[in-house]
Design a binder for this molecule. Structure first.
Ligand SMILES: Nc1nc2c(ncn2[C@@H]2O[C@H](COP(=O)(O)OP(=O)(O)OP(=O)(O)O)[C@@H](O)[C@H]2O)c(=O)[nH]1
Ligand SMILES: [Mg+2]
Length: 225
């Protein structure tokens, strides 16, 4: 028991807020449950989401503990205003769509401005790839999607493709792992820019010392700080 407490104190905890968005029935809840429960059962059906559901996953990455707080939104149109409000409150957005045209159009029509103006990180996930029969069909769908993304968005987002095979569990894990890595990187960058700011302040104070005729001993003290 005491060991557990010591261990948990050893790590810094960071919260990453993620929201999953897409039209109804594209597989948002299935994706999340596959991640949370490592649920490989393709027969599992979840009731349609009403409002917003919440799940938490704890990860350890580079000695930093991350709490992933994941919001699974309802795709039904009547919940759309509530869903919109979640977009701004989260660090990452996972947009989910399936092999139907309307499911990608739903995202582009409703979130295009957000996608083109926001600094939030986003990824796109195409589900139900297993329902396409031939290689040609699959290739043409991917081409079509890439064209639509290119035509509508300033920056082409990362696109993951999943289906009902057990392999998709690994892809889903990668999606969340990459989100965590990106977040970690942005924290590191942020810390570095803070360090640079401190260096700048030290430089300025050296100049101040010089201006006021303070001796080089003081200057050394200043630099050791
Ligand atoms: N074949 C296939 N079916 C899938 C896949 N992903 C999800 N499904 C099925 O799609 C249906 C809808 O999945 P959900 O996860 O409930 O969809 P949702 O986006 O959460 O739907 P709402 O909560 O209504 O917005 C279920 O029957 C799933 O089993 C997939 O990759 N392949
Ligand atoms: Mg759902």
């Amino acid at each position: 028991m005491s060991t557990k407490i010591r261990n948990s104190r050893k790590y810094k905890v960071n919260v990453i807020k993620i929201v999953i968005i897409g039209i109804y029935n594209v597989g948002k809840t299935t994706l999340l449950m596959r991640y949370i429960n490592r649920d490989e059962n393709e027969e599992n059906n979840y009731p349609t989401t009403i409002g917003v559901e919440f799940e938490r996953k704890r990860l350890l990455y580079k000695e930093t503990r991350y709490d992933l707080e994941i919001f699974d939104t309802a795709g039904l149109e009547r919940f759309q205003p509530a869903t919109m409000s979640y977009v701004k409150r989260n660090d990452f957005i996972i947009f989910v769509f399936d092999n139907t045209e309307k499911s990608l159009e739903y995202i582009l029509n409703n979130y295009k401005n957000e996608l083109n103006s926001s600094k939030q990180e986003t990824v796109f996930v195409l589900t139900k790839f297993d329902l396409l029969n031939s290689r040609e069909e699959k290739d043409s769908l991917i081409k079509n999607i890439q064209k639509k993304l290119k035509d509508n968005l300033h920056e082409i987002p990362k696109l993951y493709v999943i289906d009902n095979t057990p392999k998709s569990i690994n892809i889903i894990n990668t999606i969340f792992m990459n989100i965590t890595k990106n977040h970690h990187k942005s924290i590191e960058l942020n810390n570095k820019s803070k360090e640079n700011e401190e260096i700048e302040t030290i430089k300025l104070s050296i100049e101040n010392f010089k201006k006021n005729g303070i001796s080089s001993v003081e200057e050394e003290k200043c630099c050791l700080f």
